[in-house]
Every structure is written in structure tokens, then in C-alpha cells.
Ligand binder design. Structure first.
Ligand SMILES: Cc1ncc(COP(=O)(O)O)c(C=O)c1O
Length: 484
């Protein structure tokens, strides 16, 4: 196919025939026109929904109305303005549980700054001891990887379950072996993403029950899954769930949550106390009592003026229909993957290497690729991003805080990576490139969400097709160090 602006309508008709379910989602085009019109007014092609979703105009209006109308004080008091804030925030807290179909008898919602802060709460408080085990999949986000440092500091073992290229799904046989290897009295925590933010792979939620049956506590990172999939905590009952709300509804930033089963929360041992987390603390008595439930985990003052915007945002997604969003994203993802895989140079070599499943089953709308020239030399992902910027296309490049999946895809071995940490001192970026020896160190990620439409994906295809028969510059030339 030739991707020219004047051929988009024809391509759209062909797409509709191939993906008839897209017709069920046409209301989202109206929504984009009324609520996300700034995208088209500015000619922006937004393709980084896994980085952060976009907010509707109506979310801002509703939130500003609340702030303009009310007088709100710090909720740590019991004066009228403080109670007004408490009332709004507790309403939002209840709604978060309702949105995820989590029974308040079983789960609590702890507001945090983001998903990472929710994960840190689990990591620092999980009662790891020598001989305990933390197992986690290779494709976890760094904020889940980081829990291994808490585990090891307390003498527990951290063990990774590999993902297998090219689809980057888990080696389930290895997972089963590890889940079966428990000893009596051992505390065991298993952590994995419901959807990988690197490959878009969706892992089986059946593992939750399976791991529970063998005595494991289970942490499922729903940060990349929840924006385009229904999370039903009446069906799936992990012990800990982390989320960032800006990834679901675009606004507000700075608020996430840990949804924890009450029984699992009772096992956690906080390493400190802070304002707001205690019922009583004494300087001279040198003691404190931690508050029950979520209060014991919310350090200091919660983001009380923005928390009402979480409820507004989730209600907007609920009214739009998460199933409709899912349907649209999967139609567009399926088409885009097919198109990308069909791009060939004149010598027949593929332009794209896809890092993740080709099929749309058990995957989300996150598509990670690298582009290669006719000689198999890869186009530096930073160069690709810089060129996309010139077309107003917002992509994400690098390793997306998910080093394990990237290492597997780019054939980086344990020996290669250990080499990077051989010295106590920080490795320079030049030294790092020598270890990489011309191999890709990152990739290009395209991700879709609530306001995505066919034109976004078509414009990306026009951009990608521009690399057909082009020669790559020397790899690494445009690289700069990235924060992983
Ligand atoms: C799967 C996954 N987990 C956790 C996070 C961390 O989210 P935050 O940066 O909001 O803490 C992200 C962010 O990209 C993610 O994609």
C-alpha cells in the first residue's frame, strides 16, 4: 500500500471492511471532535498513550467547577472546610473501588503519587526475611524491578522468569516450576504486569488464582492494562494492584493508587510513620500506633484538591465505555501491525522488526519496533523520534523503563549486562556503546488510547513508509544517554 494523504479515505474503507467491529466505536470520533479537538486543531498525532493518556475538555470543566464553588481545607482537621475536602476525597476513594469492581469489604484504595509510589509501599513494607522469595517476570517496569532491592536487603531471594522472543510471552513452564518451589513458613511474593509496557503482551490473569493456591502473595501491575481494558476485581483477586490515573484518564497527574486486599495489607510492616499515618505518636514515650487501613499508608497530606478529578476522569471513561475504547484500540492495533509487517525494501528485506506478538489476542495497543535499512542496519531510535517530531508525531523511544524485555529482544546477555556494572563507578555512555557493539539499545513505541483514530495510525504509516529503501546513518551517532 502507498500511504499518501489523498489515499487515506480509500485506505479507511478497506480498513473498515477488514475490521468491521470498528463501526461500533464511531462514537469515539464524535468524542474526539468535541472533547479532544485540540489534537486536530494543532495537527498533533499523539501515539504515546502508554506514557500518558489525554483528558477530555469536560473533565477540566467539571473539576474547575468543584474548585470554584467550594472552600476546601487540609483534610487532616475536622473543621467545615476540611470536612468538605474529606467528603469529596472519600467519595472518590469509594468510586475508585467501584470502578474496578472491588468490594470495599475486601479491598482498600490507598492514594499515592503514582504507580511507582504504590509499588514502593509494597516493596518497603512486605515482610521479607532470609529465605523468602520474590519472583517477577523479565518484562516488568523498573518500579516493580526495584522491589528486588528491598527483598535482597532483607536476605530474600529475587528470581526472574524469562520472556521468550519473538512474542515476549512468559516461559510458563519455568513459572510453574518456581511457583511450585515453596517451603513451609516461607513468605513468597510474585509480581507481573497485566500488560507489558514494552511489548503490549497481556499475561494470563489465571496465574493469580494459581499462585494463590500455592501460597503466594500476588502483585499485579495494572498501570499499562487499565487504560484500555476492563479490570474486574470481583473476578481477579490479586493482593496488590498499582495504577497511575493519568494513564487512564489523562488528568490529574500526580495521583496513583495501591488497591490492596485487606488480608494482604495486614501482613505489611511499614518501615516508618509520617503525618497522617498514626493514631498516636510520642516523642518522650518513643512510640507510635499506625492507623488502620489506608490511612496507615498515606504519608502526609493527600493531593486533596486533585483527587476529585480522579472520580471525574474515571466517570468519563466509564461513560465513554472501556469496552468501546478497547475495541477501537485493538482494531487500529491489528491494522497497524499488519501494515508495518508488510513494509519491505526493494530487495525484499523487512523494514520493521516487531518486539511482541503479531496477533491481537492477549495483547494491548502498545506496539514496539525498530526500523532497519536494506542492509539490516538499524535506524537509531533517537533519530526516528527526532524525525517524527518534525511531523508532529509524538512517539516514545528508548527502553521505556523496562530493561528486561529490551535486553531479551536485543540479544543482550547476562554477561553483556554484568559488564556494565563491573565497576563501582558509573560506566560512561561511550563505554556502554562499546559493550553494545552496534546492537540496538532501545526501540520505538507507538501506543493507542481513548482518542486514537484511523488518521493517527495512517499518518504514522506514511511516516514509517518513508524509511523504505533509505540507508541508516551509523548506529549510535545520535545516541545520548537515557534515564532507564
Ligand atoms: C507497566 C507500568 N508500570 C508502572 C509504571 C510506573 O508508572 P508511574 O511512572 O506513573 O509511577 C508504568 C509507567 O509507564 C508502566 O507502564
Amino acid at each position: 500500500m502507498i500511504y499518501q494523504p489523498d489515499q487515506m479515505d480509500q485506505a479507511y474503507q478497506t480498513f473498515l471492511k477488514a475490521y468491521p467491529a470498528y463501526q461500533n466505536t464511531l462514537a469515539l470520533d464524535d468524542l474526539r471532535a468535541t472533547q479532544y479537538h485540540r489534537l486536530d486543531e494543532q495537527g498533533q498525532v499523539y501515539l504515546d498513550y502508554t506514557g500518558g493518556s489525554l483528558y477530555a475538555d469536560s473533565q477540566l470543566t467539571a473539576h474547575m467547577d468543584i474548585l470554584r464553588r467550594g472552600v476546601f481545607g487540609n483534610p487532616h482537621s475536622s473543621n467545615p472546610t476540611s470536612m468538605a475536602a474529606t467528603q469529596l476525597d472519600e467519595h472518590a476513594r469509594r468510586y475508585v473501588l467501584e470502578y474496578f469492581n472491588a468490594s470495599p469489604d475486601e479491598y482498600v484504595c490507598i492514594f499515592t503519587h503514582n504507580a511507582s509510589a504504590a509499588l514502593k509501599l509494597v516493596g518497603e513494607s512486605y515482610p521479607f526475611e532470609a529465605g523468602d522469595r520474590y519472583i517477577l517476570t523479565f518484562d516488568n517496569h523498573n518500579s516493580v524491578n526495584g522491589i528486588r532491592e528491598f527483598a535482597r536487603a532483607k536476605g530474600a531471594e529475587a528470581i526472574y522468569v524469562p520472556v521468550v522472543p519473538p512474542d515476549l510471552r512468559i516461559d510458563e513452564a519455568r513459572l510453574r516450576v518456581l511457583l511450585n518451589e515453596t517451603k513451609s513458613g516461607q513468605k513468597t511474593l510474585f509480581a507481573y504486569p497485566a500488560q507489558s509496557n514494552f511489548s503490549g503482551v497481556q499475561h494470563s490473569l489465571e496465574w493469580i488464582d494459581e499462585a494463590h493456591a500455592k501460597g503466594w502473595d500476588v502483585l499485579v501491575d495494572f498501570a499499562a492494562f487499565a487504560p484500555t481494558n476492563r479490570v474486574d476485581l470481583s473476578r481477579w483477586k490479586p493482593d496488590f494492584i498499582d495504577l497511575s490515573f493519568y494513564k487512564i484518564c489523562g488528568f490529574p497527574t500526580g495521583i496513583g493508587c495501591l488497591i490492596a486486599r485487606k488480608t494482604a495489607l495486614a501482613k505489611l510492616r511499614r518501615p516508618w510513620f509520617a503525618g497522617g499515618t498514626i493514631t498516636m505518636a510520642s516523642v518522650q514515650g518513643d512510640g507510635y500506633y499506625l492507623a488502620e487501613g489506608e490511612a496507615g499508608f498515606e504519608d502526609g497530606t493527600i493531593n486533596y484538591l486533585n483527587i476529585p478529578a480522579v472520580e471525574i476522569g474515571l466517570k468519563h471513561i466509564e461513560a465513554t465505555g472501556i469496552e468501546t475504547i478497547h475495541e477501537r484500540v485493538m482494531c487500529l492495533t491489528g491494522w497497524m501491525i499488519e501494515q508495518l509487517m508488510s513494509l519491505r525494501h526493494s530487495n525484499g528485506k523487512p523494514l520493521i522488526r516487531l518486539y511482541g506478538p503479531v496477533e491481537t489476542e492477549m495483547r494491548g495497543g502498545t506496539v514496539t519496533i525498530n526500523l532497519f535499512d536494506p542492509n539490516g542496519q538499524y535506524f537509531n531510535f533517537r533519530e526516528v523520534e527526532a524525525e517524527a517530531n518534525l511531523h508532529n508525531i509524538s512517539l516514545r523511544t528508548g527502553c521505556f523503563c523496562n530493561p528486561g524485555a529490551g535486553e531479551i529482544m536485543n540479544n543482550l546477555s547476562e554477561a553483556d549486562m554484568r559488564e556494565c556494572f563491573r565497576n563501582e563507578e558509573r560506566m560512561t555512555f561511550e563505554q556502554f556503546l562499546m559493550v553494545m557493539d552496534g546492537r540496538a539499545t532501545g526501540a520505538v513505541r507507538i501506543s493507542l488510547g481513548v482518542a486514537s483514530n484511523f488518521a493517527d495510525v495512517y499518518r504514522f504509516m506514511t511516516f514509517a513508509a518513508g524509511y523504505v529503501d533509505r540507508q541508516a546513518e551509523t548506529a549510535g551517532e545520535l545516541m545520548t544517554a537515557e534515564r532507564h
